[in-house]
Design a protein around this ligand. Structure first.
Ligand code: SAJ
Length: 437
């Protein structure tokens, strides 16, 4: 099938789609295209997820407005089904790949899922099909990993299949909102491929669609998240400076950001989640053998990774007893406010180090199963409370009641969650990231 024919099928909503990987990226995009009228098959290795999805029930944790309904409607309309069988690919005109692309303990990308998806795909690929990678990948991966994995068994790019990269820009809690409303970079191995991809995504994306080449698409996604990591690291380093010289980083940040063109990010307890801790290393990997001396990106990662340990230091300074005899309440275990997602959570590092120091640690989080409970009851008899996440439950805390419940009225606030003046008036002694000691 020529690209023109594919373009016409897309315009007539007759193109048959497949999405490989039905996680927080793949499932929403599969449902969105099904809702737009396309016939979509989802490839998912986990049989429990396949079964759940085919019952019209979303396996995605957390509150994702609109997703459950979209999935149920797509299944009921028989425009979407999930399977583990790659034979389902054989009649597909467009295949999206949305599998995990983690980095290992040495910050090297682990492309096993991507390679196996591409390899399995190549065996069933319909002539003239368009393959689009939505996963976040290091610059050079489309050319160096995906294309070779598909050009097995004699297949040839732009003859037997077309190839592109359209990095996802989703965010847990706003999966559908971001999918429809956030601009996308549409990278094609040829300009014609990029134009065809743009025609496809126009069916589900109401924001800008910027056609470009694959390397640019790979760079934009990893750079936008490395940018955020570096900005956060700068804010964290300024917080450490403020602590040392008696400044209040929140006051400083507010005044700095009044200066034109400044947008100092939020200092805090560290950087968690599935994107920001990983994507700078994907960007760095793109030049690992090119002799480019990277200093800012690794340094930012080191600063952000050090913040949970800095909070441990603040706790030790704040405690009125030895940490090995202390009972400490940690408020917030998710990596982000109003979320149940604990991936790469700074709290995980904090809790592990406090336990290693011999402290008895209690953890509360209103969204994370196993950590719900009554905050004041959990605070009873504790020598300190550490606020790690800006959950609304903590901004609305009865601070006087907290001071009364704690054995020692000491709070370490790692994300400026509490109003310091109100807390001190309630009888709490407040320590915090970026606060004068
Ligand atoms: N954080 C800070 N200071 C800040 C911002 C965030 O310490 O100023 C921390 C958060 O507490 C969290 C981590 O960084 O632990 C990540 O927070 P995030 O707001 O970046 O949320 P993510 O990880 O879900 O990032 C996603 C990313 N979206 C995509 O990859 C498509 C990111 O590119 C977005 O910028 C971000 O959402 C967003 O802006 O909401």
């Amino acid at each position: 099938m020529l690209l023109d024919e594919l373009r016409e099928k897309i315009d007539r909503i007759e193109a048959r789609l497949a999405v490989i990987g039905l996680g927080y990226v793949g499932l929403p995009v599969a449902c969105a295209f099904a809702s737009a009228g396309f016939d979509v098959v989802g490839l998912e290795l986990r049989s429990d997820r396949v079964e759940c999805i085919n019952r019209g029930v979303s396996p995605i944790d957390g509150n994702e407005p609109g997703l459950a309904e979209l999935l149920a409607d797509a299944i009921a309309a028989q425009r979407f089904r999930a399977t583990a069988d790659y034979l389902a690919i054989a009649d597909r005109d467009v295949i999206l790949i949305a599998v995990e692309t983690p980095v290992d303990e040495n910050n090297v990308p682990h492309y096993q899922a991507l390679r196996s998806a591409a390899g399995a795909l190549a065996k069933e690929l319909k002539p003239g099909a368009l393959v689009i990678v939505e996963s976040t990948i290091a610059p050079g991966t489309m050319a160096g990993v995906v294309r070779p994995a598909l050009e097995t068994a004699g297949l040839q790019l732009n003859r037997d299949f077309y190839l592109g990269n359209c990095p996802e820009r989703v965010m847990p809690g706003k999966l559908l909102r971001n999918l429809h409303g956030v601009s996308r970079v549409v990278g094609g191995m040829t300009p014609e491929t990029a134009e065809t991809m743009l025609a496809l995504y126009r069916h589900i994306v109401q924001a800008d669609l910027d056609a470009t080449d694959c390397v640019t698409a790979e760079l934009v996604k990893t750079v936008e998240n490395a940018y955020r990591d570096v900005q956060i690291a700068f804010a964290n380093e300024v917080a450490l400076i403020c602590e040392a010289v008696g400044g209040d980083v929140w006051r400083v940040r507010g005044l700095v950001n009044k200066s034109p063109g400044r947008q100092m990010h939020l200092p805090g307890a560290g950087v968690g989640g599935h994107c920001i801790p990983k994507d700078p290393w994907l960007l760095a990997h793109g030049v690992h053998d090119k002799g480019v001396p990277l200093r800012v990106i690794p340094a930012a990662r080191a600063v952000n990774n050090s913040m949970p340990l800095h909070v441990v230091d603040l706790v030790q300074q704040a405690l009125r007893c030895d940490v090995c005899r202390a009972r400490i309440l940690v408020l917030g275990y998710a990596y982000l406010e109003e979320s149940d997602d604990t991936r790469n959570s700074p709290s995980e590092i904090l809790v592990r180090h406090l336990c290693d120091l011999g402290a008895q640690v209690l953890v509360h989080d209103p969204y994370v199963s196993g950590y719900q409970g009554n905050i004041l009851a959990m605070a009873r008899g504790c020598d300190a409370a550490v606020v790690m996440v800006k959950h609304r439950a903590y901004t609305e805390l009865d601070l006087a009641a907290l001071a009364r419940a704690l054995r020692a009225p000491v709070v370490v606030d790692a994300r400026a969650v509490l109003d310091r003046t109100r807390a001190e008036m309630a009888g709490l002694q407040v320590w915090g990231v970026g606060l004068p000691r």
